[in-house]
Design a protein around this ligand. Structure first.
Ligand code: NAI
Ligand code: MG
Length: 336
């Protein structure tokens, strides 16, 4: 079987981690009779330099056709410049669900062994709608958009996932004590959906308390259901339970298309130094393999990854090792 997949290597550490992941997937696929037809595109500043567009039309068309993309991180300039490529793609393809499993890998020691929680983040609304302006000099405004449709569909996603995979508890994370109308609407929708899933325990926590609760005892959480901004921040916090941003994968899921990418960004501090950990993107690729019904290949890659961590001899610096990106990828290939 051959799968056509849109590949966005990204910038910063993007080309290094995506190079590693492509190599690992090709090797695993060769063993299971699966091949990949990668359709590769730049996005962001690199794409602009080549095509005059931050997201080339051909990239949009490729995702529309292939329905599945694997994406490395893309740098977003602070302040002026261009709008986030990530946010733009998520909105364009209505990838309303950002699914981020936070699970310790066997063999890797962290301060929080055995954490296994999932963040389900609404991915198209909230303060990330990008509706900002300077009203008058010295006064800026950003609109927080929360809709019944957006809140209901992300809640349904979380509860249906919990039902399907036997997850017991969902916490809606909010700040409805202050943002009574927007976060209030989000909670109303979550409660209505929760009523249809009596087998899943439903609870609500305020986001600032949640930060403390997570650090004190992450084990009390199972599935976290939340809005776009809180989900973004909580994801980076939770990544620390499992070894940091080099580990945590993500899937941006819509009704039609899906883009798989790590939680981390382009990490300019370590870019081009053969230091980046490709595990986060590799685990995103494993989610992608399951999404395209290649469970056997997914399992194979997962086992090889776990073997490398269990052996613990070829790990990258972020998780206490001394190896580079390439050596780590080679170890996974060898384990395959
Ligand atoms: P970052 O996630 O790129 O890096 C934060 C810290 O984690 C850095 O110390 C970095 O070295 C480390 N880190 C991240 N990924 C790693 C990996 N795979 N292996 C080892 N260490 C890793 O966040 P930062 O520095 O705030 O953002 C850099 C750029 O990335 C910004 O332009 C931001 O907008 C963009 N970004 C893009 C995302 C995307 O494309 N989906 C997501 C998050 C940020
Ligand atoms: Mg983020």
């Amino acid at each position: 079987r051959t799968h056509k997949i849109t590949l966005i290597p990204g910038d910063g550490i993007g080309p290094e981690v995506s190079g590693a992941v492509v190599k690992i997937l090709e090797t695993a696929g060769a063993a299971t009779g699966v091949s990949f037809d990668w359709h590769t595109y730049d996005a962001g500043a690199d794409a602009f330099a080549k095509t005059g567009e931050y997201i080339p039309k051909a990239l949009y068309e490729s995702i529309e056709q292939n329905k599945v993309a694997l994406k490395g991180p893309v740098t977003t300039p602070i302040g002026g410049g261009f709008a986030s490529i990530n946010v733009t793609l998520r909105k364009k393809f209505d990838l309303y669900s950002n699914f981020r499993p936070i699970k310790n890998l066997p063999g890797l020691k962290t301060n929080y062994p055995g954490v296994d929680l999932i963040i389900v983040r609404e991915n198209t609304e909230d303060l990330y709608a990008g509706l900002e302006l300077m009203i008058v000099p010295g006064v800026a405004q950003s609109l927080k958009i929360i809709t019944e449709k957006g809140s209901t569909r992300i809640s349904k996603f979380a509860f249906e996932y919990a039902r399907k995979f036997g997850r017991k508890k969902i916490h809606a994370i909010h700040k409805a004590n202050i943002m009574k109308v927007t976060d209030g609407l989000f909670l109303d929708c979550a409660r209505k959906v929760a009523a249809g899933f009596p087998e899943v325990t439903y609870a609500e926590h305020i986001v600032d308390n949640t930060c403390m609760q997570l650090v004190m005892n992450p084990y009390q959480y199972d599935v976290i259901l939340t809005e776009n901004l809180y989900g973004d921040i909580l994801s980076d916090l939770c990544s620390a339970f499992v070894g940091g941003l080099g580990l945590v994968p993500g899937a941006n899921l819509g009704l039609d298309c899906a883009i798989f990418e790590a939680v981390h960004g382009s990490a300019p501090d370590i870019a081009g130094k053969d230091m980046a950990n490709p595990t986060a993107l590799l685990q995103s690729a494993i989610l992608m393999l399951r999404h395209i019904d290649e469970a056997e290949t997914a399992d194979l890659v997962q086992k090889a990854l776990e073997a490398v961590y269990t052996e613990g001899k070829t790990l990258t610096k972020d998780v206490g090792g001394t190896s580079g990106t390439k050596a780590f990828a080679d170890a996974v290939v060898a384990a395959l």
